[in-house]
Design a protein around this ligand. Structure first.
Ligand SMILES: Nc1nc2c(c(=O)[nH]1)N[C@H]1C(S)=C(S)[C@@H](COP(=O)(O)OP(=O)(O)OC[C@H]3O[C@@H](n4cnc5c(=O)[nH]c(N)nc54)[C@H](O)[C@@H]3O)O[C@H]1N2
Ligand SMILES: Nc1nc2c(c(=O)[nH]1)N[C@H]1C(S)=C(S)[C@@H](COP(=O)(O)OP(=O)(O)OC[C@H]3O[C@@H](n4cnc5c(=O)[nH]c(N)nc54)[C@H](O)[C@@H]3O)O[C@H]1N2
Ligand code: SF4
Ligand SMILES: [Mo]
Length: 677
């Protein structure tokens, strides 16, 4: 079946595996059995032949000399990075015999899986691994590091991850990028917005940092971190006061609009201006622009979600399109995530029945450092795959201390010797996605896609699916689910009548077409999957869950006595910490900077290009300052998760507090001091 691998030369379809909403269709050019070029599939309706620089240069990563070639066993001290080569047999035997002993002495819950979406393929990221850990009865991981707060908040309003079809946004006349650095993180939404702009659309960007996306805007609105909910409430105040709402939509498709109308009276523009740093006249202008322009579209990003109040902010912004009836207009509405449209049969893929109704404990991944250090939590072994917690997790110094624990048996499966792998007892080499079979669903566009292996596994590397098969064998699990072929796993995952959007998506249609669009029915009239079946401006469920049932502004936490809000966001040429070790990508990115307002710098006697110490009670790092007016006073921003330099380790400073909803991360709600060295 898998014929691509055997062909030495040709052009083969592929999917970008990275954790990026665009999920591009790719073409891999092969010569002499090796990938020589990666390009965007010109026929893919969303990719349209354009891909980002990161992935155009992907072959640098696939064939980087530093890729792990064999399983390794630690011979030096924890974290020292000294290892010796071992065989797969020895690796699996070492892991499973250790785990068997642990299960006998401290029980299966002393073992914790830790993973995220380093590869978005469903079999790789949440397939065979889930089967294995369910069968093992280990602790489970709550995978909250990315968009958990916003997902929960959006769901209270809209019922699920449902939003506008991005392909329709070429019809929009107003596009608001709200807390998203789309030029770097969702470039095809930018391409669609630029098309709309040619037809007269305005692009507004609301962000704490005037980065590439802000610079592209027709209007950039700077805002203070964590205050977006207040701005949205201020807009609602004006929309109601000036009769810019769509009364018939509110009547037909929402609940709670009368209460909301009263409730938002308190959020007058002058109050909101004081909270957000947005000028009163700008709040009026934006509200009137939003109320008078149709179709209007809001792209809600992760930036505003990574705060103490990220759930409520998202829930609040998600109310805006309902106020103006934008859900009925092609190209109107909002996208937080569209993943519900491509929801597949998780039970069939992940087999939670293998847990046999055991209630195992669940560890929130945002608290991993703290949890590894709590005696009573007693995690004795951690198995890390598709993630790099030593770099990406908050309270980074606690994470490193946890990983250093002499009594923690740590296994890491990755393509590279990551910062996390340096602490491992056993390291396993991973294939890249182009070496595997998998299926992919975007959380932004509406296409499901398939990947068939295009190249041979690199050296002795193995896919996540194959490693979990071996671990299952080693543990003595003879359940047939561990022998199921990838293609059968895909076929049954896509057999899911309860999601009618998948009607024309199955293994065969994917194989024939590489990508197939979901059949998405219009949201109205129909069933919005909230408890009431309507958009919930007032949510009884929120009240039951202990929140204000109406959208309400709740400030972020105090976080010590430090003067600056610290926003360490992603950068353009890395994907989280992925590519931060690839020379080409590092060169393109040059070095991390700390963006600081000119007035703040003047007061602290800091000049452009100075190296400063950025610190708080959690840790410190040293960064080169860029002075300007790209951030408001009182805010400093640095971009990128740099892996190799201890001094540029921004997550040493970030809090591991959980957000208001969904147990989400609060990377951007921390405070720091900045001083010249
Ligand atoms: N090039 C590149 N692309 C990526 C990634 C990457 O690392 N690099 N990561 C991928 C992943 S996993 C994700 S989740 C997405 C994330 O991509 P985005 O959704 O764009 O989220 P962030 O980049 O975290 O933050 C977006 C913007 O929010 C701003 N921001 C921070 N706090 C606030 C606030 O309180 N209010 C407002 N209005 N803005 C705020 C930041 O300055 C930043 O410009 O991107 C994906 N794509
Ligand atoms: N300061 C700060 N921290 C952040 C963020 C931020 O904005 N600011 N963003 C957060 C967000 S939104 C996210 S999603 C997380 C992301 O955090 P992670 O998911 O940990 O992301 P990466 O750093 O890309 O690490 C992915 C790892 O998976 C490996 N990998 C790739 N493919 C495979 C595979 O098939 N098998 C195996 N076994 N390994 C594979 C890669 O080599 C890489 O080392 O980071 C979070 N951390
Ligand atoms: S990282 Fe995003 S934009 Fe770049 S190729 Fe992958 S899906 Fe496309
Ligand atoms: Mo993410």
């Amino acid at each position: 079946m898998t014929t691509y691998v055997n062909q030495q030369k040709g052009i083969f379809p592929a999917v970008c595996p990275l954790d990026c909403p665009d999920q591009c269709g790719l073409l891999l050019h092969k010569e002499n059995g090796k990938i020589v070029k990666v390009e965007g599939d010109p026929n893919h309706p969303v990719t349209k032949g354009n891909i980002c620089n990161k992935v155009r240069n992907m072959k640098e990563r696939i064939y980087d000399e530093k890729r792990l070639k064999h399983p390794l066993k630690r011979i030096g001290a924890k974290g020292e990075g000294k290892f010796k080569q071992i065989s797969w047999d020895e690796a699996i035997e070492t892991i499973t015999s250790h785990w068997k002993k642990l299960i006998d002495s401290t029980g299966p819950e002393s073992i914790l899986p830790y993973s995220f979406y380093g590869n978005m393929g469903n079999l790789t990221a949440e397939g065979m691994d889930r089967r294995f850990f369910h069968r093992l009865g280990s602790s489970q991981l709550d995978r909250t590091i990315c968009q958990a707060a916003g997902t929960t908040g959006y769901k209270y309003t809209m019922g699920g991850n449902i939003g506008t079809d991005p392909e329709d946004t070429i019809h929009s006349k107003l596009i608001i990028f709200w807390g998203i650095n789309a030029v770097s993180t969702n470039m095809h939404q930018v391409a669609l917005a630029l098309k709309a702009r040619k037809n007269g659309a305005k692009i507004v960007v609301i962000d704490v940092h005037k980065n590439q996306t802000g610079r592209l805007a027709d209007w950039f609105i700077p805002i203070l971190p964590g205050t977006d909910g207040a701005l949205a409430l201020g807009l609602m105040h004006i929309l109601f006061a000036e009769n810019l709402v769509d009364e018939s939509f509110l009547q037909a498709y929402t609940i709670g609009h009368e209460m909301l109308r009263e409730h938002v009276k308190q959020y007058d523009p002058s109050t909101v201006s004081k909270i957000t740093g947005v000028r009163v006249e700008d709040i009026y202008t934006l509200a009137r622009m939003y109320g008078e322009t149709s179709p209007s579209f809001i792209r809600i990003g992760n930036g505003l979600q990574h705060h103490d109040n990220g759930g409520m902010s998202t829930r609040t912004i998600a109310c805006l399109p309902a106020l103006t009836g934008q859900w009925l207009v092609k190209g109107g509405g909002a996208i937080k995530s569209n993943s519900s449209y491509l929801a597949y049969n998780e039970e069939s893929l992940q087999r939670p029945d293998l847990l046999k109704n055991k209630q195992t404990r669940i560890i929130n991944m945002n608290e991993i450092g703290r949890k590894l250090l709590e005696r009573e939590t007693s995690i004795h072994s951690m198995y890390v795959y598709s993630s790099n917690p030593a770099i990406v997790a908050p309270e980074g110094n606690l994470v490193r201390k946890g990983l250093e624990r002499e009594d923690l048996f740590l296994v890491v499966h990755d393509l590279f010797m990551t910062e996390t792998a340096k602490y491992a007892d056993i390291i396993l080499p991973s294939t890249s996605s182009f070496e595997n079979t998998d299926f992919y669903g975007s959380y932004w566009h509406h296409y499901m896609q398939i990947q068939q292996p295009v190249i041979e596994p690199y050296a002795e590397s193995k896919s996540n699916v194959d490693v979990f098969r071996l671990l299952a064998k080693g543990m003595g699990f003879d359940d047939p689910v561990f022998d199921e072929k990838e293609t059968d796993m895909i076929a049954s995952a896509l057999t899911f009548p309860s999601n009618p959007s998948l009607a024309s998506i199955n293994y065969e249609t994917l194989l024939a077409n590489n990508y197939v669009k979901a059949n998405v029915e219009p949201l109205f009239p129909g069933a919005i999957p909230t408890p009431s079946g309507k958009i919930e401006l007032y949510s009884e469920k929120m009240k039951t869950d202990g929140y204000s049932p109406l959208p309400t502004y709740v400030p972020i936490m105090k976080d010590g006595e430090f003067p600056f809000s610290f926003v360490p966001a992603p950068n353009h040429n890395f994907l989280n910490s992925t590519f931060s070790n690839i020379p080409k990508h590092m060169k393109l990115e040059k070095e991390p900077r700390l963006h600081m307002h000119i007035e703040d710098a003047r007061q602290a006697g800091i000049e452009d290009g100075d190296i400063v110490r950025v610190w708080n009670l959690r840790g410190e790092c040293k960064l080169k300052v860029s002075i300007g007016e790209n951030v408001l006073q009182g805010v400093v921003v640095s971009q990128g998760l740099w892996a190799n330099e201890q001094t540029q380790f921004v997550n040493a400073l970030t809090p591991d507090r959980l957000s208001d909803m969904g147990g989400g991360a609060t990377f951007f709600s921390g405070k720091v001091a900045v001083e010249k060295i």
